[in-house]
Ligand binder design. Structure first.
Ligand SMILES: *Cc1c(COP(=O)(O)O)cnc(C)c1O
Length: 400
């Protein structure tokens, strides 16, 4: 018989009751070091007192009023995001897919309003992940995810990630935008080179098309800067954010330059929940933590510490690990083809460490941004044991 909870996920048989910082406890009392953060979402860890208090206080006052009225918490959060980013204006929604969906609408609207409705194709990349709605599935372009869901939404074209020749070849009179993740998260924690991001910006300027960044996974401090594109010294025209911005409370956002945002007038786009007082109280609390002096510097420091430890881990386990990739606290251990990342994930669980598998046979690490160097060391110790569990027996014999 089908479970009451629809079986859309392959869930591990673990249920958590309580969390504190980077640690989670199951209902049966086991403790895990959480280097997955609920897929890069519990950005400031579990049970962060400031976030808990902000949510509790707002919940007691008023949670939801709808966008029929002004929402001071949303006005404040938007103003702070504008102040700390390239953007002039922000739209709030509830998830990453929804932010991307709105962003795709925004780039099409921009060209339509500028007299070019034929410019409605978004160039996307192989290995991308943009969400599970019909439009974002088409933007994702993964045959496995599209299968069975009818004709993919038109208006998307895919080229190899990192290949500037292919991008320029794909640009024509129908191109509206280039949509790219600064680091492909689900696709295998693959960073775009900073030069590739700069070249995309230049091509967009050259051809009058929009640069749309999907920073759903890479944003809100995950890379060691507030937004990952800041490492490249470029600015997008429009950007999506979600996951980490609510610290675990569902919140998504479209950040846009005025030239794009100006066309999203009343009646063009909307959301019932989007940017409600409770979600924005959570967003403001996360921002308080991430923007506190020294916070991002510490993320960068602990990330570099973890990176060095992972390089060392790779050296100790040449039969298991092919390489290490990623940036900031979004890191991937690329495994040898004979070692399956799902099995490696289970081996880590057996050692008390939570990670997330990603594409390209990568074991993804996305710990809460608040981890200490000691917690990074603890994760490395647990990974060392997990990698030993994954070592093929012939390699174990050779190492003796
Ligand atoms: C997770 C993710 C999404 C989808 O976000 P949802 O909140 O699951 O809809 C989109 N883009 C990227 C880069 C993501 O990592």
């Amino acid at each position: 018989m089908i479970p009451a909870l629809m079986p859309t996920y392959n869930r591990a048989d673990l249920a958590f009751e309580r969390g504190e910082g980077a640690w989670l406890w199951t209902v049966d009392g086991r403790r895990f070091l959480d280097f997955g953060s609920g897929i890069a979402t519990a950005s400031i860890g579990h049970g962060h007192p400031h976030l808990v208090q902000a949510i509790a206080e707002q919940a007691a006052k008023v949670m939801h009023t709808s966008n029929l009225y002004r929402i001071p918490q949303a006005e404040r959060l938007a103003a702070r995001l504008v102040e700390t980013s390239f953007a002039d204006s922000v739209f709030f929604c509830n998830s990453g897919a929804e932010a991307n969906e709105g962003m795709i609408k925004a780039v099409r609207k921009y060209h339509a309003e500028n007299g070019h409705p034929e410019r409605n194709v978004t160039i996307c990349f192989e290995g991308a992940f943009h969400g599970r709605t019909l439009a974002t599935l088409a933007a994702t372009g993964n045959e496995k995810y599209l299968a069975g869901f009818g004709p993919p939404m038109p208006g998307f074209r895919h080229v190899p990630f990192g290949n500037m020749n292919a991008v320029r070849d794909a640009i024509d009179g129908t191109t509206a935008a280039i949509l790219v993740e600064p680091i492909q998260g689900e696709g295998g924690v693959r960073p775009a080179s900073l030069d590739f991001l700069r070249a995309l910006r230049a091509a967009c300027d050259e051809f009058g098309i929009l640069l749309a960044l999907d920073e759903v996974q890479t944003g809100m401090g995950r890379s060691g800067k507030l937004w990952a594109h800041q490492w490249a010294g470029i600015e997008p025209d429009v950007m999506s954010s979600a996951k980490g911005i609510g610290g675990g409370f569902p919140l998504g956002a479209i950040l846009a330059k005025e030239k794009v945002a100006q066309y999203l007038k009343p009646g063009t786009h909307g959301s019932t929940y989007g940017g409600n007082p409770l979600a924005c109280a959570a967003g403001n609390a996360v921002l308080d933590v991430v923007l506190a002096p020294g916070f991002l510097g510490q993320v960068d420091r602990v990330a570099r510490h973890l990176w060095r430890g992972l390089l060392d881990l790779a050296q100790r386990h040449p039969a298991v690990i092919e390489g290490v990739q990623g940036a900031g606290l979004l890191l991937g251990i690329r495994l040898k083809p004979e070692v399956n990342n799902g099995e490696a994930q289970n081996a880590a669980v057996a050692e008390g460490l939570l990670t997330v598998a990603a594409g390209m046979n990568v074991l993804r690490l996305a710990p809460p941004l608040i981890i200490s160097e000691a917690e990074a060391d603890e994760a490395l110790r647990l990974l060392d044991r997990a990698m030993l569990r994954c070592t093929p027996s012939h390699a174990k014999d050779a190492a003796k």
